[in-house]
Design a protein around this ligand. Structure first.
Ligand SMILES: Cc1cc2nc3c(=O)[nH]c(=O)nc-3n(C[C@H](O)[C@H](O)[C@H](O)COP(=O)(O)O)c2cc1C
Length: 201
């Protein structure tokens, strides 16, 4: 991978778009997968994979059950972090920021684009709650399938999108002999312009 002597982009969103396009054009499975880190009220971190479903200058959007562990944690502490790892390209992107619920209309539009099976699953799963048995989950799915028979499946009120509004975005490109390139863009508040720094690997 060629080393970057100069800054390839001075705008972190343009930079992300370029790398994300290349990741999606590669043979990589799940290029939209990202680790999402949250913390609970005691400061205990937790980490899981979610899928990036939208990105623009406002931030990085994923969808989930708002009553899941991550949903409950983000309600109390919206500061969170994301990491993308694109091994075929030798790249990592790290994002830190604040999660905000997306507008209802945006969540409705995305929910409507999902398969009916996924829509019913969103109703049937009390994500992250204790489940007595697989049969209980299947019974919940059968119940919602019967409830919505012959009609569109509406979005559950507890299922929506979260947008991570970034205050830090770091681009990491693997280099020879571990002399990787790292560039960070930071801003104190989401309304402020980003400052860019190069970091030791
Ligand atoms: C490849 C992959 C993609 C996933 N995408 C999502 C997603 O977009 N939204 C989601 O809520 N969970 C997704 N999950 C499941 C989460 O990793 C996690 O198990 C679930 O959201 C419950 O997490 P929580 O208990 O921390 O809230 C995905 C898991 C994998 C492995």
């Amino acid at each position: 991978m060629p080393q970057q002597a100069v800054l390839p982009f001075d705008d972190p969103f343009e930079w992300f778009d370029a790398w994300f396009d290349q990741a999606r054009q590669s043979t990589m499975i799940e290029p939209t997968a990202m680790s999402l880190a949250t913390v609970d009220a005691d400061g205990q971190p937790s980490l899981r994979i979610v899928l990036l479903k939208g990105v623009d200058r406002k931030g990085f959007v994923f969808y989930t059950n708002l009553q899941s562990r991550k949903g409950r944690e983000l309600l109390v502490e919206p500061r969170c972090a994301l990491t993308f790892f694109w091994p075929q390209l030798g790249r990592q992107v790290r994002v830190e920021g604040v999660a905000q619920a997306v507008e209802d209309a945006e969540a409705d539009a995305y929910f409507a684009s999902r398969s009916r099976e996924s829509q019913l699953g969103a109703w049937a799963s009390q994500q992250s709650r204790e489940l007595a048995s697989r049969a209980a989950l299947e019974a919940a799915l059968a119940e919602v399938t019967a409830r919505f028979e012959g009609q569109p499946v509406t979005r559950p009120p507890h299922w929506s999108g979260m947008r991570v509004v970034p205050t830090r975005i770091e681009f990491w490109q693997a280099g020879d002999a571990r002399l990787h390139d790292r560039w960070e863009f930071v801003r104190g508040e989401p309304e402020m312009p980003f400052e860019c720094h190069r970091l030791f690997p």
